[in-house]
Design a protein around this ligand. Structure first.
Ligand code: IPM
Ligand code: MG
Length: 353
């Protein structure tokens, strides 16, 4: 097949991890006979440096035209005044209408040593956080003056409905358990969220078992007994926080990919980690989150299931071989970003033999 993929390396470690993901996509294209056109554009802090805005018009035009967008990371200490790189990311998510952000968390046995949680607590965890991505506090009315600041959290029934539907649809194909996370004992938006979740699941997904958790309790349950979770649906801010917490189950935030989807096939794919300015440019960042995001892109936007599995299998093989960056490696045995990328490519190519 032919596909246009917009590639936005961004800032900090973004370009380093993206270089490996690009190589993986090119190798998959060659092995399975696809013509992927990877077209790169400036986004985030580097776009601010080049032209004063984080999301330039030509970058946005490319993303709208593309079948999918693969993003590294944006932000850094250099851009702490407006316009911030993060504003570009929020504008891009909003413009593409990608309201459902899928963040799978899987515990790999070979990485148990890297987690701060005990191996018996995380063994076998396979959960999926579905975070609302284009509403809530991130997009509410904001205001600030001397000695005063406001952020508002707004949700409409429609926004909750489509997100819960996306989560329930995924749960139906998994272990059929959906946990809706809110703060309904305090927030009006959460009471709306809970009512809508109940109605949608009752009327449209009778085979899915719905439960509710308050966000503070869920934060605790995620480290107490993460195996209880299958699919979690939650609002934007809660999902942002819970997914970083859940990353520890996988051993490192560098392992987690994400896919942001709207009503169509086009999606925005990114690792959940940030630009990590402290290690940028050193060639030590973990590229696996971005490579796994590329696998999600193949599956969800391009419909290439076998290709996605080949990439995920190659990542597992590299992990099994113990080719790991410093965030995951045991003392003294860390591989570089490039070496991990090569290990994935080797596994990918070996499978084709
Ligand atoms: C994420 C990030 C972003 C977010 C930042 C960079 C704006 O933390 O994707 O989780 O808060 O959504
Ligand atoms: Mg985050």
């Amino acid at each position: 097949m032919k596909a246009l993929i917009a590639v936005l390396p961004g800032d900090g470690i973004g370009p380093e991890v993206m270089a490996e993901a690009r190589r993986v996509l090119t190798a998959v294209g060659a092995r399975f006979g696809h013509a992927f056109e990877l077209r790169e554009a400036k986004f985030g802090g580097c776009a601010i440096d080049a032209g004063g805005v984080p999301l330039p018009d030509d970058t946005l035009a490319l993303c709208r035209e593309a079948d999918a967008v693969l993003l590294g990371a944006v932000g850094g200490p250099k851009w702490e005044r407006a316009p911030r790189p993060e504003e570009g990311l929020l504008a891009l998510r909003k413009d593409l209408g990608v309201y459902a952000n899928l963040r799978p968390v899987v515990a790999h046995q070979r990485l148990a040593h890297a987690s701060t949680l005990r191996p018996e607590v995380i063994a076998g965890v396979d959960l999926l956080i579905v975070r609302e991505l284009t509403g809530g506090l991130y997009f509410g009315k904001k205001e600030s003056a001397a000695g005063y600041a406001v952020d508002t959290c707004t949700y409409t029934e429609h926004e909750v409905e489509r997100l819960v539907r996306a989560g329930a649809r995924l749960a139906k194909r998994r272990r059929k358990r959906l946990c809706s996370v809110d703060k309904a004992n305090v927030l009006e938006t959460s009471r709306l969220w809970r009512r809508v979740a109940e109605r949608v699941v009752r009327d449209e997904f009778p085979s899915v078992q719905l439960s509710h958790q308050l966000v503070d309790s869920c934060a605790m349950q995620l480290v107490r007994d993460p195996r209880q979770f299958d699919v979690i649906v939650t609002e934007n801010m809660f999902g942002d926080i819970l997914s970083d917490e859940a990353a520890m189950i996988a051993g490192s935030i560098g392992m987690l990919p994400s896919a942001s989807l709207g009503d169509g096939k086009r999606g925005l794919y990114e690792p959940i980690h940030g630009s990590a300015p402290d290690i940028a440019g050193k060639g030590v960042a973990n590229p696996l989150g971005t490579i796994l995001a590329a696998a999600m892109l193949l599956r969800l936007s391009l419909g290439l299931q076998e290709e996605a599995e080949a990439v995920e299998g190659a990542v597992s093989a590299a992990v099994e071989r113990g080719v790991l960056t410093a965030d995951l490696a045991k003392n003294g045995s860390a591989a570089s970003t490039r070496e991990v990328g090569i290990a994935v490519l080797d596994a990918l190519n070996a499978k084709g033999d």
